[in-house]
Design a protein around this ligand. Structure first.
Ligand code: HEC
Ligand code: HEC
Length: 255
């Protein structure tokens, strides 16, 4: 499994595609094919194979996570209220996600923390569902108002260089002596916490990107962080909109 994963990562890093079929040397476990360091900073974390889907994330969250985390991520699920699980951090609050990267959150959800009753999801959910629920919880505090404010800032201040959709293809991009970069690239974005995005926007990047400390308020900078993140997600309309839990009762634990 490890060799398989490392092999797939190498294929992807080289070609931008998951060339599992073309990936050779399957029975050479000591070959030590290492993926690029960015992917291995946390053991056993891959990267999203495609942009995470927030409608799927909302469904997974409603079905699997609300018993403890609560329907809206406020740590008030029935198992917590019944005393069957400790009170988790409120996933719906900005502070819970702010300085963590989505990659770290993905790793936490995969491993769980069974001694604190947080289940490991690595084998219980397919990888696409784990990425979807990772980003759904990461963005749970992005309200529609905040995203709308972020969009207005984006269109006024960022789209000229970064492009309307964040792919680095704005009308001014060609005049800059550096690639603007693709802010919808899931591999890049999973390594950037909201705090990191906020700092980049506040301070700028060298000569190529202006600092927005003076020109945007703190709230506007936080809003455009949310909008920038949302550009790389499928079904962004589902962001921050939890669904009611599955009506089928969860298997009884304690009564
Ligand atoms: C049976 C209860 C339970 C279920 C079900 C559950 N969790 Fe948790 N979760 C917890 C508890 C308790 C904690 C706090 C663990 C601790 O004290 O460190 C936690 C912590 C977390 C954290 C860490 C928050 C932080 O930054 O510290 C994340 C993220 C998380 N859970 C996501 C999920 C997701 C996603 C699901 C569904 C796929 C899920 N949890 C299902 C109980 C649960
Ligand atoms: C004048 C053109 C320009 C404008 C305007 C601009 N950027 Fe940038 N931005 C760049 C360039 C160029 C880079 C790449 C810098 C580098 O790597 O050297 C960049 C990098 C970034 C990065 C870091 C990407 C990474 O992978 O590390 C983020 C995030 C970002 N910009 C967000 C924004 C947001 C949000 C706005 C609007 C508030 C904005 N930018 C406005 C040119 C611009």
């Amino acid at each position: 499994m490890r060799a398989f994963l490392a092999c797939g990562l190498r294929g992807a890093a080289l070609a931008g595609l998951l060339l599992l079929a073309a990936c050779g040397q399957p029975d050479e476990p000591s070959a030590l094919v290492m993926p690029t360091p960015r992917f291995t900073s946390i053991p056993d974390v891959g990267y999203p194979l495609e942009a995470p889907d927030m409608a799927l994330g909302a469904r997974v969250f409603a079905d699997k996570c609300t018993p403890c985390h609560g329907e809206r991520g406020l740590a008030d699920g029935p198992m917590v209220r019944a005393g069957a699980a400790p009170t988790p951090p409120k996933l719906a609050e900005m502070e819970t996600s702010w300085d963590k990267t989505p990659q770290e959150r993905f790793a936490f959800i995969a491993a769980g923390k069974i001694e604190r009753v947080m289940p490991p999801w690595k084998d219980a959910l397919p990888e696409a569902e784990r990425w979807a629920v990772t980003y759904f919880t990461y963005t749970l505090h992005y309200t529609p108002e905040r995203l709308a404010e972020g969009r207005a800032v984006w269109e006024a201040e960022c789209a000229d260089c970064h492009g309307q959709g964040g792919r680095g293809d704005g009308p001014k991009a060609a005049d800059i002596n550096r690639p603007v970069g693709d802010l919808t690239d899931p591999v890049e974005m999973m390594t950037l916490s909201d705090k990191a995005l906020y700092n980049i926007i506040t301070e700028g990047v060298g000569d190529s990107m202006p600092a927005f400390l003076e020109n945007l308020t703190d709230n506007q900078r936080r809003a455009v962080v949310a909008y920038t993140r949302a550009l790389g997600l499928v079904s962004p309309d589902a962001i921050g909109r939890p669904l009611p839990p599955d009506p089928t009762p969860a298997p009884a634990t304690t009564k």
